[in-house]
Ligand binder design. Structure first.
Ligand code: ARG
Length: 603
């Protein structure tokens, strides 16, 4: 389905042509004077120079043609030329209703999806095995999940890859610490030849305590640190016992991570880890050498990636350190090889803290230069900002420690719970209030994050995010719940209380022309959904969806206050209202689904 501005531009462009001017001057935009008109065209001003005419003359001629067209097929309710040459436009309610009817019948609500699906890999989440999730991981998961859903909605084949941190020194530290605590375990016995136990020798709780202990110890105990390095090396060389132990660590940790992500409504298609890319490294490095891209420098193997036009220094990409160890950049290059082989994607999108920007600049340049990807493959890094506390500093717990995900989530859910329980008219028992708070809390958290442009730092303000009013997740949910409740009441009235699924309500099958200002505003807002989605998709910008559903919620609530829906005596009009709010609900629900949360039945 056409986007509304494109459809209107075509109409006005034709009027320019019919008046003897070029169609390109007919560009229609949303009015920046909503008090005067809904849409405007400033093309007469631009055309004045080219045609050496007063803009108002051009505008008058075009308006005349528009009026002639309008007599045939009504598009406009009002058309006027205003000094010095603006064309002010108001849409005809019939035309608007026609567009919305088309949108309503379309499964994708009028969005222009990709005709040929593209394969895309989204690398997000990036948790580390056996280490607690922190805020950076939270942002990556929340934003990445939404981008994945947006790209998928627009018709692509999207693979979400968690890119698990399961390689390197952190693993050696854990193993070394375990060895000190339980030296009798068979994993540490080089002479052991039997089957290793099926059960892991630790719980997730123990595992979570082991890493910080080991990491702390390595900073003060040189001997321990050296041994952890050796253990890491042995394990990476494929030591049978250590690999078996490593598998236990992965299993226990991944099960826990999956549970965490499930609570966040985040879902990965593949659980590849850094370790899965290791087998691709030797051949990749050899080829880079053979092709003359990799060179030795102070014992390390590097690829130069600086470009003449750089305004700041871009250091070479290091593949292998002088001690033979590979680095973070190598573990990001190898998965590119793997992904090209496995999926041949048109694009790869990475979500990390924006402080990793230089790393990805180096990796992407290296991948292109050495031919790991073809020129037409799109490599994108979305670097997000820091989540700060009210003091403007990176968010901490009350006791000053780094904020862990579980605490953060429970804090926001508690804030919502208290708000629900404080309400004297509450219709919920404690139990239900708890369940509902979990749903609303997640929305508060995700919306609070996603409503900011990703690259910006933002202030995490639980009170504000959990508020049921203003530009918040709970406000959007509240609006959806309100619509659900109206629809349920309608259904009850119709069915004598037997049914309340909105499908059972008698609703018009077309959107009726708006009969009031607030109804028209709601319709105008709905008609912009496909336009907004196009921008959110092209810019990979979930905040555009937040902005839109906030405006749509406002438009709906205004309509709700100005019109009586349930008590409307004109049955046909009422049926039209119900169709309109059903569409509104569908658009809002689509919006929150793309952001990665859902609405409760009541709140
Ligand atoms: N595991 C890393 C960390 O915790 C993040 C990984 C980000 N993704 C990537 N492809 N480098 O910092």
């Amino acid at each position: 389905m056409k986007k509304i501005l494109d459809a209107l531009t075509q109409v006005v462009g034709q009027a320019f042509v019919d008046s003897g001017y070029e169609a390109s001057y007919g560009k229609v935009t949303i009015s920046n004077r909503p008090d005067l008109c809904e849409f405007q065209c400033n093309g007469a001003m631009a055309g004045a120079k080219a045609y050496r005419k007063a803009p108002i003359m051009i505008a008058n001629a075009v308006v005349e043609k528009l009026q002639e067209q309008n007599a045939q097929t009504p598009v406009w309710e009002e058309i006027s030329a205003v000094m010095p040459g603006f064309i002010n436009l108001k849409l005809h309610p019939d035309f608007l209703a026609g567009m919305l009817t088309e949108m309503n019948e379309d499964e994708k609500l009028g969005c222009q999806c990709e005709a040929e699906p593209k394969t895309m890999v989204i690398d997000y989440g990036g948790p580390n095995v056996a280490k607690p999730l922190h805020i950076g991981h939270l942002r990556s998961a929340i934003i990445g999940e939404s981008i994945k859903r947006i790209c998928r909605y627009m018709g692509n084949q999207v693979i979400g890859d968690v890119h698990l941190g399961d390689w390197g020194l952190q693993m050696g530290l854990i193993m070394q610490e375990l060895k000190e605590r339980q030296p009798e375990l068979p994993y540490f016995d080089p002479a052991f030849e039997g089957e290793y136990p099926v059960e892991a020798p630790f719980t997730i709780g123990e595992l979570e305590e082991i890493y910080p202990a080991a990491s702390g110890k390595s900073k003060v105990d040189e001997e321990f640190s050296r041994q952890a390095h050796d253990t890491t090396f042995l394990f990476q060389q494929g030591d049978r016992g250590l690999v078996a132990l490593w598998k236990h660590i992965i299993n226990v940790s991944v099960n826990d991570l999956k549970e965490n992500y499930r609570k966040l409504n985040v879902d990965f298609d593949v659980w590849y880890g850094e370790s899965d890319a290791q087998p691709f490294i030797p051949a990749m490095v050899e080829k880079m050498k053979a092709d003359g891209f990799a060179r030795e420098s102070q014992g390390a193997l590097i690829v130069d990636v600086a470009e003449e036009t750089d305004t700041k220094e871009v250091p070479p990409c290091i593949l292998v350190k002088s001690d033979g160890a590979t680095l973070y950049s190598t573990t990001d290059l190898a998965p590119i090889v793997q992904r090209v082989q496995e999926y041949d994607p048109a694009s790869m999108i990475y979500l990390t803290d924006k402080r990793q920007e230089m790393h990805f600049t180096q990796v992407f340049r290296c991948a292109r230069k050495t031919g790991l990807v073809n020129e037409d493959v799109n490599l994108t890094h979305i670097g997000f900002g820091t989540m700060n506390g009210k003091d403007g500093k990176p968010f901490k717990t009350r006791s000053g420690g780094v904020m862990r995900l579980e605490y953060l989530i429970s804090e926001i859910q508690d804030a919502v719970y208290n708000r629900i329980m404080d309400n004297e008219n509450r219709s919920m028992e404690e139990e239900e209030a708890k369940a509902v708070s979990a749903v609303i809390g997640l929305a508060a958290l995700k919306y609070g994050d996603l409503s900011n442009q990703a690259s910006k730092d933002y202030i995490f303000d639980i009170e504000r995010f959990a508020s049921f009013e203003g530009n918040t997740g709970p406000y959007i949910l509240y609006t959806i719940v309100r619509i659900k409740s109206i629809l349920a009441k309608c259904a009850q009235a119709l069915e004598g209380g037997h049914m309340c699924a909105d499908e059972s309500i008698e609703i018009a099958d077309v959107i009726r022309p708006a009969s009031s200002d607030s109804e028209k505003q709601l319709q105008l807002c709905l008609a912009q959904f496909n336009e907004m989605m196009d921008v959110a998709y092209r810019e990979l910008a979930p905040h555009k969806i937040c902005q839109y559903i906030y405006e749509l919620s406002n438009a709906f609530n205004q309509f709700y206050h100005n019109n009586k829906i349930l008590t409307e005596p004109d049955e046909e009009k009422k049926a039209g209202f119900i169709r309109l709010i059903t569409l509104t609900k569908k658009v809002l629900e689509t919006g929150i689904d793309l952001l990665g949360f859902e609405a409760p039945e009541k709140m």
